[in-house]
Write a protein that binds this ligand. Sequence first.
Ligand code: NDP
Length: 315
Amino acid sequence: MPATVLDGIKIANDIRSELAAEVKIMAAAGVRPGLAVVLVGHNPASEIYVRGKVKACQEVGLYSEQHTPPETSTTAELVALIEDLNRREEIDGILVQLPLPPQVDSKKVLLAVDPAKDVDGFHPMNVGLLSTQRTGLVPCTPAGIMEILRRSHIPVAGQEAVVVGRSDIVGKPAGMLLLNASATVTICHSKTRDLPAVCRRADILVAAIGRAGMVTRDFVKPGATVIDVGMNKVTDPAEFERLFGGPPQHSKRVEIFRAKGATLIGDVHPEVAEVAGALTPVPGGVGPLTIAMLMYNTVKAARKCRGIRVPALAK
Ligand code: NDP
């Protein structure tokens, strides 16, 4: 039986509707949560992400504003901008779109964000709160993974969870959240020995690698839940053929690839659908949750900054 598809678009829409209702109640009390997005220079991919985030803010009823300092900005100039945003009461969340230009000390800029407004959850203060099971702001993609599991009624406590990838923004915090939810967690990376064997232990397998279709069926225990975080743009026809050649169920993908010359694919090979119990698609899996959880974090930050009780969505 093919894996159950975990529909990230539907889950994200549910979260957005809940948030829109919350925001309406807050508006009646005269509070409108606000997000400031800082986008430095002209990175086409970043511009697309930021556009999506601003649009999502509007849909949920949040206030949002964009700051677009030039590519030549210095660390000091960006820190000054962040400090200004930190001081403004109507701004509850500050998001610095990465990557920053090479002359900028990204760590210094991220450290300048007030931890209470750090809606990306990257500040060391929030990393520490997460690792000591205290309430803080949790990175959006890992928080989204937990929402997919929770809202799909997939048990976590006592399960073997394997995370492939140890980045500060996805792999590590995903591992920490799974551990906090009482899974037995293994975090793998490029030096892990016999990766397929380690992955085969997983009841929940999270792939956050950045390599198209690397996780093949021999990585997956039959019936496991597979969360595919990867977002890889494939343009090489040979690569596309390796991933989608053959089975007729991919005919829609084939059409899109032929028309556009590119397709977005995850770290998980499509053949895994024949082995896994449940699987997040790419696109339409984790991606929509990342934006929904950014909205959630902005509302959460607003509630905390403005002294309103926080609902228990993403722990
Ligand atoms: P990074 O490049 O920061 O981290 C990749 C991780 O994968 C590293 O820990 C690396 O190991 C590990 N890795 C790389 N190659 C291998 C290998 N052959 N075997 C085992 N481990 C390997 O990426 P991110 O964490 O930022 O992102 C991961 C993926 O998730 C990307 O495709 C990205 O686009 C996507 N993403 C998707 C989001 C969404 O909303 N859906 C949000 C954020 C990211 P090592 O540390 O040893 O180098």
